[in-house]
Design a protein around this ligand. Structure first.
Ligand SMILES: [Zn+2]
Length: 371
C-alpha cells in the first residue's frame, strides 16, 4: 500500500502532497511518493526520469491529451515568529474550505487533480499522458519539461495539452513570449575634472531610457483574446569610480510580446526601437509565445466542458508558461487549474478547496467522454 491514497478527494490529496516539501531541486521525496502511488495502477505505464514522473494510458483511443504540472515549489516561508507555511493548515471543511500552505495554489492543487484522475480514470474516452516535472520555479535550463521533451519525445506525441497552473478554473489561452536584450553604450574614459577629454557612456543610455518611457505598447487581439505587450528596462549598470567619466553603460530590457510575433519578429522589433541609438544590442535570452488556439476543435470542446455554467470567460495568459513548450511541439495547449496565481509565491499562499473539487469533476467528465 502506498503512503499516498489517490482514492481520496483531490482536496485531501492536495494537503497530503503540500505536506511533502519539494522546493526546486529537492523534489525527490515527493517524486518517490508520486511514482509509488501511480505504480499501484495497472492501467498506467509509469516512467521515472530524474525527479520527474510520467504516466500514461495505452487504450488505443483516437485522441491523446497531456495533463502537466510541476512538483516543485518556491522555498518555504518562515514568518517573524518562526512559523513555517508547511505543513498545510485547513480552514473550514474539505469541500468548501481553504487550505493554507506553500505550493497550495502553485501548483499542488493542480497536481492533486492530475493524480486523482490518473488513479481513478482507468478507462477514459481519450488516452491521457500525465506529466509531473521538476524545477519549474527556477532558471529555464533546469526545468525538466524541456529535458523530457528532448529526450523522451515519444511521451509527448499528443493532440492537446492542459497545464494545470493556477487560473481560478478559468481557461487561459496561449501565453506571451519573453525576450531580454542587453544594450551596451560605449564612450571614452577620462578624469571627471577634465570631462571634455572623455565621452560619457551613461549619458548615452539616457536616450534609450526616454524612448522606453515614451514607448506605447500594443494591445492586440489574437484568435479572439486580447494580449498586452510591454517593453521595459529591468536593469542598468555602469560607472567606474566617483571621479571617472564612464566608458561603458549597459541597459537590460525585457520585451513581453504577443503570440502574433515570432521570436525573430520580436527581436527585429527591439532592434528597430533602438535602431538610431549608438548601442550594441545582444539578445541574452528568449522564449516564444504560444497562440491561444481556442478555436481548434479539441480546445473549443475543452472550454465548453470545463467552463459551461461557470463564472468568467476564457482569457489570454499574461506571462510565459510551459504551454509554449507544447506549442513549439505542435501540441496546442491551455492553462487551466485550481488556485489563484496572484497568491503564488506568497507566504500566505492558499487554495480554495471548492475550486479543487470542481476542477477535478469537470476534468473527469471531459476525459471520461469520448466525442
Ligand atoms: Zn507554477
Amino acid at each position: 500500500m502506498s503512503d499516498l491514497d489517490l482514492t481520496q478527494s483531490a482536496a485531501r490529496v492536495t494537503a497530503a502532497i503540500v505536506d511533502i516539501e519539494s522546493e526546486s531541486g529537492s523534489e525527490k521525496a515527493l517524486a518517490d511518493v508520486v511514482e509509488e502511488a501511480l505504480r499501484q495502477y495497472p492501467h498506467l505505464e509509469v516512467l521515472r526520469d530524474g525527479d520527474s514522473v510520467l504516466a500514461r494510458t495505452g487504450l488505443g483511443r483516437a485522441e491523446r491529451v497531456i495533463l502537466a504540472g510541476h512538483l516543485d515549489t518556491v522555498p518555504i516561508a518562515v514568518d517573524s515568529t518562526g512559523r513555517r507555511n508547511v505543513p498545510s493548515l485547513l480552514e473550514g471543511d474539505w469541500e468548501t474550505g481553504t487550505l493554507h500552505g506553500c505550493g497550495t495554489s502553485d501548483m499542488k492543487a493542480g497536481v492533486a487533480v492530475q493524480l486523482v484522475l490518473a488513479a481513478t480514470l482507468a478507462d477514459p474516452g481519450r488516452d491521457v499522458t500525465y506529466v509531473f516535472y521538476e524545477c519549474e520555479e527556477v532558471e529555464a535550463e533546469r526545468n525538466s519539461l524541456g529535458r523530457l521533451i528532448r529526450t523522451r519525445p515519444e511521451w509527448f506525441a499528443a493532440d492537446f495539452a492542459v497545464l494545470l497552473e493556477p487560473s481560478n478554473n478559468i481557461v487561459e489561452g496561449g501565453c506571451q513570449g519573453t525576450m531580454r536584450a542587453r544594450l551596451t553604450f560605449r564612450g571614452a574614459r577620462s578624469h571627471s575634472a577634465r570631462s571634455w577629454l572623455g565621452d560619457n557612456a551613461i549619458h548615452k543610455a539616457g536616450a534609450a531610457l526616454r524612448r522606453l518611457a515614451e514607448y506605447q505598447p500594443r494591445r492586440v487581439e489574437v484568435e479572439g483574446l486580447e494580449f498586452r505587450e510591454g517593453l521595459n528596462a529591468v536593469g542598468i549598470t555602469g560607472g567606474v569610480a566617483g571621479n571617472v567619466i564612464p566608458d561603458e553603460c549597459s541597459l537590460v530590457v525585457n520585451f513581453r510580446f504577443a503570440p502574433d510575433r515570432s521570436q525573430a519578429d520580436a527581436e527585429r522589433h527591439v532592434r528597430e526601437v533602438f535602431a538610431d541609438l549608438d548601442a550594441e544590442i545582444v539578445v541574452t535570452d528568449s522564449a516564444p509565445a504560444a497562440r491561444p488556439g481556442l478555436h481548434l476543435p479539441l480546445a473549443a470542446e475543452f472550454v465548453s466542458a470545463v467552463m459551461a455554467g461557470m463564472p468568467g470567460e476564457p482569457t489570454a495568459k499574461f506571462g510565459w508558461t510551459d504551454v509554449a513548450r507544447f506549442a513549439e511541439l505542435g501540441v496546442p495547449g491551455v492553462n487551466y487549474g485550481p488556485g489563484d496565481g496572484s497568491l503564488a509565491h506568497k507566504p500566505d499562499e492558499s487554495v480554495d478547496l471548492g475550486q479543487v473539487v470542481r476542477c477535478a469533476e469537470r476534468m473527469r467528465s471531459w476525459l471520461g467522454s469520448a466525442s
